[in-house]
Every structure is written in C-alpha cells, then in structure tokens.
Ligand binder design. Structure first.
Ligand SMILES: NC(=O)c1ccc[n+]([C@@H]2O[C@H](COP(=O)([O-])OP(=O)(O)OC[C@H]3O[C@@H](n4cnc5c(N)ncnc54)[C@H](O)[C@@H]3O)[C@@H](O)[C@H]2O)c1
Length: 385
C-alpha cells in the first residue's frame, strides 16, 4: 500500500531524501513546504514537486498521512507538534526535540491521538546493523561484553564546508550544526544500534567540551564539539562512544566478546562490510607480539567473512550509503498492516534522553540513571534466525 507524505524543510538533507525516495515506490510525496521562499522555489524547480502555500495548507491537505520533519533541530518540536495536532503521523529528523520535556510531550501527544511519531536515524533497519545483530544473537563472538564506537568527523571547521552544496543548491548549514552540536546530531547512529541489540541504557557517565571555540562565525554559540560517554546496559554490556568534529575521521564500531570481535568501519553505510574475527590459539600471542603476527600471518584475521544481503538502491544513497527513506517506509508498512513500526516513539524518546545527556552533562549530570524505557525492537523479517 502507498503512504502519502509531505516534507517540511527543503534544505541540505531533503535532497538526500529525494534521492533515496527513488528506491521507494511505496512512498508518494504529496508536496513540500519551507519557510524560506527562495529555498522552496529552488527545491521544487529542481525536483519537479509541488509546493504548498503555507505549512497550514500542508496540514489541511487530507491526502497527507505523514509529515517528514526535515527542519533544523531547534525547529523540530514546534513543527512536529503542529503535525500531530493536525492528526498527521510524524517522521522527524534527529533529534526528536532539543529539550527532553518537549520530546516527552510529543510522544505523549502522539500516544493520546493514536498516531505514530519517531525520529531518524533509521540505519538500524539496514543490512549492516541487522547482520551484526544476527551474529550477536547467534553468539558468534560468545558473550559480548564491551563496545567501542566512534563518530569523529575530523576538524570540520577547518574544512571547505562553504563549498558543500546539495543537489538543489542548499548550503550545508555549518553555523546551525556547530550550535546544535555534533553529539546531538550524531550520537543517535550508534545509540539506536546499541539499544536495539542490548536494550535500554540504564546508567551513563559523560564528559563534553568545546575544544575549538573559534569556528569562523562571528557571534557563534558553539555546542560541545567533543563528547565521550560510557553506557551500561541492563544485560551488563558496557559501551564507550566518542563524538567529535575535531578528532581525525573515524566511524568505526567494534563489539568485543569472549570468543572474538565484530567490527565495521563505516557506521553510516547501510551496506558496510561486517568483519568477524574469532579468537584462535594464536590470538593472545598475536596481541602480545603484533609485528611477529603480521610477519608470520599467524593470529586472528579480520576479514569480511560475513555474507550480508545486498542493499537495494545503494547507488542512489550518495557517498555515505544511507537510505534516508527507510524509516518512513517502515512507518508506512506498519500503517498498512495495522502493526507497530520497528522504530517506536518510546525508543526515540529513550535515545533522545541519552543523546541530550551525553552532549550536556552540565544540564543532565556527569552520571545519570536513565529511566525511559521502550518495547524491544524485533529484527527485520529477513534477518531473523
Ligand atoms: N546536513 C546533513 O548532512 C544531514 C544529514 C542527516 C541528517 N540531517 C538532519 O536533517 C535536519 C535538517 O538538516 P539540514 O542539513 O537539511 O538543514 P538545512 O538548514 O539545510 O535545511 C533545513 C530547512 O528547513 C527550513 N526550516 C527551518 N525551520 C522551518 C520551519 N519552522 N518551517 C518550515 N521550514 C523550516 C529551513 O528554511 C531550511 O531550508 C536536521 O535535523 C539534521 O540533523 C542533516
């Protein structure tokens, strides 16, 4: 069945949604809205889509079932709130809201109205994430106990970001990104995976700082550009996550278990190869004498041993390999089947709480017990077993 939806916010990321949309025939875009008239015009001209005359006009279009909120993070709450009040389902870009009470309000509003609301990222529905989860469930590395995860993008302020322009001409919103903060923007990628695999975070400890205050904008109010946090999950697994826009580019995720390691190099890529390294009788010696291990070829090998399904439409997903529309499609499928989507409102709320606490220990405490909970995610049907 077809899901009819509309986009609010026709900026940089909206162009990436438009590319991904080409691989989702089950989604029909009814029209778009942006409060910046020039941006709205350029976007509609480039993509050949219909512009609404106002947000109100979009919300009163009875054909629109779901609003994709692709506005800037600090606008998310009011745009999503208006959509829920108009009885539309909502798929929000991350984070759900920039204040925890606002995120809570949105979830409660949606529940009271029998509507779905959730937030990006949706990469946990992807082939790489689901393959890792299956390997963990199959105990391929024995008992997993520790995870290291990184989302470092290099010194972004020193890069030529003024030249980063989307297909329809939207500049990458550098100032907004620096003020919202890289942790609020990015920690959700790893955290959705971790909480899908290991359940809710129970306790966390975090540290964040602005390590480079001058990012080339007069009057900039920079958010922390570095944060590191450790999380304890209910099943005893511990994870360490680092986010920065200063440290050298690193998008890895490594799961350490008693019998081996699962690792990927590109968290954003839905088809990133999954490497499985099993401990063997040479492992301890190889760890002690890495040069000897390299020269002799003894010790465990990190090879993409794992077969994983191909990603449909991957050629459309840009250099990062992200299918931005998969979360919307998941909501559409749930609506068509009368089921619950994989990405639930309560889960988005939990991830939002953890991400906010990671970026702002000065507000949420260096150490925090996390009490939000969510129904466990079920694996994608093709990744069961
Ligand atoms: N830029 C990226 O690479 C990227 C990647 C993934 C996710 N995201 C997320 O996507 C969202 C948007 O980011 P972006 O990079 O596209 O920003 P952007 O500034 O390029 O685009 C946002 C657009 O929303 C419009 N807008 C803002 N408030 C509005 C409102 N109240 N009503 C109508 N229109 C409004 C702005 O005019 C702008 O055109 C953010 O949540 C961001 O975290 C961005």
């Amino acid at each position: 069945m077809t899901l009819h939806f509309a986009i609010v916010g026709c900026g940089y990321v909206a162009d990436l949604y438009m590319e991904a949309l080409k691989s989702h025939p089950e989604l029909r875009l009814q029209g778009v809205w942006d409060r910046d008239p020039e941006r709205l015009r350029a976007f509609c001209a480039f993509h050949g889509v219909r512009a609404y005359v106002s947000y109100q006009a979009l919300l009163t279009d009875g054909a629109v079932e779901l609003v994709a909120n692709l506005t800037n993070p600090r606008e998310h709450f009011k745009v999503s709130e208006a959509a829920l009040l108009a009885h539309k389902h909502v798929y929000s870009e991350k984070p759900l809201a920039t204040e925890l009470p606002d995120a809570q309000t949105l979830v409660e509003m949606a529940e009271a109205r029998g509507l779905f609301i959730t937030s990006a990222p949706c990469s946990v529905l992807g082939e790489t994430a689901q393959t890792i989860w299956k390997l963990l469930r199959q105990q391929q590395i024995g008992t997993p106990r520790l995870v290291y995860a990184e989302l470092d993008d290099g010194n972004v302020a020193a890069m030529d970001h003024a030249k980063w322009i989307s297909a329809s001409g939207a500049p990458w919103p550098a100032q907004d990104e620096f003020e919202v903060g890289c942790t609020l923007e990015h920690a959700g990628y790893h955290l959705t995976w971790l909480t899908a695999f290991f359940g809710p975070v129970h306790r966390m400890t975090t540290f964040s700082r602005v390590v480079q205050p001058d990012k080339g904008f007069v009057g900039l109010q920079p958010a922390p550009d570095f944060a590191a946090a450790c999380f304890e999950f209910g099943n005893g697994v511990v994870a360490r996550l680092t986010c920065s826009i200063y440290g050298a580019h690193d998008h890895r995720m490594r799961f350490f278990g008693d019998d081996g390691t699962i690792s990927i190099d590109r968290i954003w890529d839905y088809g990133a190869p999954v490497h499985l390294t099993r401990r063997n009788r040479w492992t301890s010696r190889a760890e002690k004498y890495p040069l000897l291990a390299r020269l002799t070829g003894l010790g465990p090998k990190r090879v993409p041993l794992v077969r994983q399904p191909p990603v449909k439409g991957r050629g459309l997903f840009g250099k990062n390999g992200m299918d931005f529309c998969r979360g919307i499609a998941d909501l559409g499928e749930a609506l068509a089947n009368g089921t619950s989507p994989h990405l639930t409102a309560r889960w988005a709320l939990h991830v939002t709480e953890v991400v906010l606490a990671m970026q702002s220990p000065m507000v949420y405490g260096d150490t925090r017990e996390i009490h939000t909970r969510f129904p466990p995610m079920t694996p994608m049907p093709w990744a069961k077993g």
